[in-house]
Design a protein around this ligand. Structure first.
Ligand code: SAM
Ligand code: SF4
Length: 323
């Protein structure tokens, strides 16, 4: 699958649910309305969809959401996709808030997952409860420990928020270093209407300059095909990534597309254009129409997003498309 700008699409992010047990302030509104369950693709349909993408050249799949581990029986999908590792699929990963990791970490590892991303914006229990609107930090930390014990490589995703956790970035870097986790800092992106976003937006260029006063940040050629730019932290031996959608445009090397839990294929996180894959998926047991719909959509993948922090670039919340 090669798009009009010559980028080969090898990476699929699949949102398996729009639901979540948290309501992070930058991600969701407090009174989020979720989709009726009947609109969701079944786990079998999601697997069929992933199989079609693998046939068309996708090599890496990341399950996300909403919170992927709150979808009932999601491990059935993880196991089914895990069986495709080495048979077209090269990597299966997951982005999670960690709340359900304690019970699923071993199952994920057994299914062939090697690396996971866990979102963790603060190590302070009260702040954590405030940012997530009700999350319980010790539960997440226990999940992270379980993941590490199961042999999963953990990368921590921290959304940098002005006035909320900007004073904790050093502490998080040190904590990740001690645990042998990589850390990725993320700038807020304008997705969906939520409160206070422009006020909490924190440009990572300033954070990086500040960190460089206390840490030795060495250039790194490490790249995951994702939007993060990495450095190596000499003091800890771990990597530190920066995802800066606003202050640094990351689109030129974009190799990914996203499917929502209702089967909408988004060619760009920051644009509204989507292709409905649920209709061709349900219209026939034969995958020809589905594959044709995917190919037609890739042919109109846009050059990039046009985010602007003062307005929502999309009406969709991040939890709908999957971060
Ligand atoms: N629930 C899972 C989690 O939190 O990891 C997976 C889905 S969540 C939408 C994926 C990632 O998107 C998380 O790291 C979250 O912090 C990030 N995210 C959500 N809304 C965002 C926004 N408006 N700007 C930047 N990152 C955002
Ligand atoms: Fe849920 Fe993840 Fe969004 Fe937080 S960032 S509300 S954990 S989907």
């Amino acid at each position: 699958m090669i798009d009009p700008f010559g980028r080969t699409v090898r990476y699929l992010r699949v949102s398996v649910t729009d639901r979540c047990d948290f309501r992070c302030t930058y991600c969701m509104a407090e009174d989020m309305r979720f989709l009726p369950k009947a609109e969701l693709l079944s786990l079998e349909e999601l697997e069929r969809l992933c199989a079609a993408f693998i046939r068309l050249g996708v090599r890496k799949i990341r399950l996300t959401g909403g919170e992927p581990l709150v979808r009932r029986d999601v491990m059935r999908l993880v196991e089914a996709l895990g069986r495709r590792l080495g048979a077209g699929l090269e990597e299966l990963t997951l982005t999670t808030n960690g709340s359900q990791l304690a019970q699923h970490a071993r199952g994920l590892a057994a299914a062939g997952v090697k690396r996971i991303n866990v979102s963790l914006d603060t190590l302070d229990p009260e702040r954590f409860a405030a940012v997530t609107r009700g999350g319980v930090l010790p539960q997440v930390l226990a999940g992270i420990d379980a993941a590490a014990a199961a042999g999963l490589a953990v990368k921590i995703n921290m959304v940098a928020l002005r006035g909320i956790n900007e004073d904790e970035i050093d502490a998080m870097l040190a904590w990740c270093g001690a645990k042998k986790f990589d850390l990725c800092l993320i700038e807020t992106m304008p997705m969906g209407e939520v409160e206070y976003r422009a006020e909490t937006h924190l440009p990572l260029s300033a954070i990086r300059a500040r960190l460089e006063q206390d840490w030795t940040l060495l250039p790194s050629s490490y790249a995951t095909g994702g939007p993060a730019r990495y450095v190596q932290v000499a003091e800890t031996g771990q990597r530190l990534g920066f995802i800066t959608p606003l202050s640094h445009n990351f689109c030129e090397a974009c190799n990914r597309v996203r499917v929502t839990c209702t089967g909408q294929l988004y060619m760009c996180l920051g644009q509204e254009d989507a292709a409905d894959l649920r209709a061709p998926l349900r219209a026939s047991a034969d995958d020809a129409a589905l594959e044709a719909a995917i190919a037609a959509a890739i042919a109109r993948k846009p050059k990039g997003h046009d985010f602007d922090i003062t307005r929502a670039a999309t009406a969709r919340h991040m939890s709908v498309t999957g971060g």
